[in-house]
Design a binder for this molecule. Structure first.
Ligand code: HEC
Ligand code: HEC
Ligand code: HEC
Ligand code: HEC
Length: 356
């Protein structure tokens, strides 16, 4: 199974990312949801598309030359960013873009009632056995949400059966709406956004220990056969919808364990938009990457899976480290700075990693 880690994506930590955002002075130009400078885009803003590592990588590529000249004008040294730091930055933005797809709080309120969450959960106050929504920690922590959806689904299945209610399965949009509603309830506890998956190496063992492999053929069937990026809300929904399929009560999962499982899903690129090798070859050609990277004399290192397995996080750190030199060489060769849209970046990486 170790070959899978060839694609290892380092899981980041939102809190370290927040520190980095200040220490690297990103904050002097950018804000994250209103806090920080005003001269550059707010990086915590929701987009219509799911926020994946390859989306972060392409946004940064597209804007890098303008950003670097803004830094020169403001006398801010260009930061060097390691792979680990790029992962932390990603986790930080991701935590803020928790509701990756647009939601509707009013619709969420209806989901809360129609899916019978309101049977046990009050909106606020104390006294009931289930935590009131104002107390939900899950509201700011997608890993906590996934954990709770897994752990309490089987107990709820019983509770529902006793009351002769049908099991309320959920879809991604419904949970997105519901959590948006929860976050906006007056008095919601919230707390700072969190996202910190753990290193994936022990997550694979846990995947087995928790019995996931009794039904899933390990990692493969979770990573394949999909067309779009999956969000953390999609994961929580998938875990919730397991309950009716479970013959016996599944084991509880602790927060530390869920962080490892998410780190593991991360490493098999469960959350990443899948790339397409032949589309990637076209991106590589049209952006003229090969005119330097395919020519030893240019000083550009060859981009193949041999030199280094490039993932979106690695692209971000490479961009900050090598980008200015690359931009200089492109100006000499009169090559326009490449820009990426949609799945271009994911496709390009799939192509580069297929080369030997
Ligand atoms: C001197 C000001 C300045 C600093 C410092 C700065 N940026 Fe930027 N950044 C910009 C500007 C200006 C743009 C928009 C450029 C454009 O319009 O093409 C931008 C664009 C971006 C974008 C694309 C945003 C989008 O949604 O389209 C990302 C991501 C980004 N910066 C990340 C960072 C990170 C991470 C740091 C710190 C390591 C940083 N920036 C530091 C000025 C800055
Ligand atoms: C049969 C009663 C019952 C129903 C119905 C119910 N829950 Fe719960 N829920 C609980 C209990 C009890 C807990 C406390 C955690 C535990 O012990 O599993 C909880 C905890 C939670 C938490 C974790 C709170 C936190 O601190 O983050 C979330 C999220 C949650 N429920 C979501 C839902 C959603 C969404 C629905 C509707 C689809 C729902 N629940 C319906 C009983 C219920
Ligand atoms: C009883 C069999 C069974 C067990 C045990 C099981 N799963 Fe699943 N899982 C399924 C089935 C069946 C589906 C397909 C669900 C569907 O299409 O509704 C699924 C779907 C999923 C998905 C969504 C896949 C996608 O395409 O997005 C994830 C993620 C997942 N499981 C994770 C886990 C994890 C993590 C564990 C262990 C903690 C686990 N599963 C244990 C049967 C199981
Ligand atoms: C005009 C020449 C040129 C073009 C075109 C070019 N690059 Fe580069 N690239 C370079 C040079 C030179 C370096 C090494 C810079 C350094 O050492 O700081 C580099 C470094 C890199 C690195 C870092 C490699 C490592 O080992 O960490 C990556 C990733 C990269 N380029 C990707 C691309 C991609 C993707 C394209 C096409 C979209 C591209 N480059 C187009 C010249 C170019």
């Amino acid at each position: 199974m170790w070959w899978l880690f060839a694609f290892l994506i380092i899981p980041g930590d939102a809190q370290r990312g927040a520190q980095l955002f200040e220490s690297q002075r990103c904050i002097s130009c950018h804000s994250v949801q209103g806090k920080g400078g005003q001269s550059a885009p707010d990086l915590g803003q929701r987009t219509a598309r799911a926020f994946s590592p390859s989306l972060m990588a392409s946004l940064m590529w597209n804007h890098a030359p303008q950003m670097w000249s803004a830094m020169d004008r403001a006398n801010i040294p260009r930061p060097q960013i390691s792979d680990e730091q790029a992962a932390d930055l990603y986790a930080y933005f991701f935590a803020f873009r928790y509701f990756e797809s647009p939601g509707d709080a009013a619709r969420g309120r209806q989901v809360f009632v129609s899916k019978k969450c309101s049977e046990c959960h009050q909106v606020d106050g104390a006294g009931s056995e289930a935590p009131a929504v104002t107390q939900w920690r899950s509201a700011s922590d997608p890993i906590e949400l996934a954990r709770n959806m897994w752990n309490h689904a089987p107990k709820m299945k019983d509770a529902f059966a006793k009351r002769k209610l049908n099991w309320p399965s959920l879809n991604g949009q419904e949970l997105t709406d519901l959590m948006l509603y929860v976050r906006n309830v007056p008095g919601a506890k919230g707390g700072p956004p969190q996202f910190s998956p753990a290193a994936p190496d022990t997550g694979a063992a846990l995947f087995e220990a928790k019995g996931c492999t009794t039904c899933h053929r390990g990692d493969l069937d979770l990573a394949k056969g999909r067309l779009r990026t999956r969000t953390s809300t999609d994961l929580a929904v998938a875990l919730w919808n397991h309950a009716p399929k479970m013959v016996q009560l599944p084991p509880d999962i602790s927060n530390a364990e869920m962080r490892r499982l998410v780190g593991y899903l991360w490493s098999i690129q469960y959350f990443e938009a899948p790339g397409n090798v032949s589309r990637g070859a076209k991106v590589y050609a049209s952006r003229k990457c090969g005119s330097c990277h395919g020519d030893q004399s240019s000083g550009a290192p060859p981009l193949t899976s041999k030199t280094k397995n490039l993932d979106s996080i690695g692209v971000v750190s490479a961009l900050w480290r090598h980008g200015p030199d690359m931009l200089g060489k492109m100006k000499e060769k009169k090559i326009e700075w490449p820009r990426f849209k949609n799945t271009d970046m994911a496709d390009l990486l799939a192509y580069v990693n297929s080369l030997n």
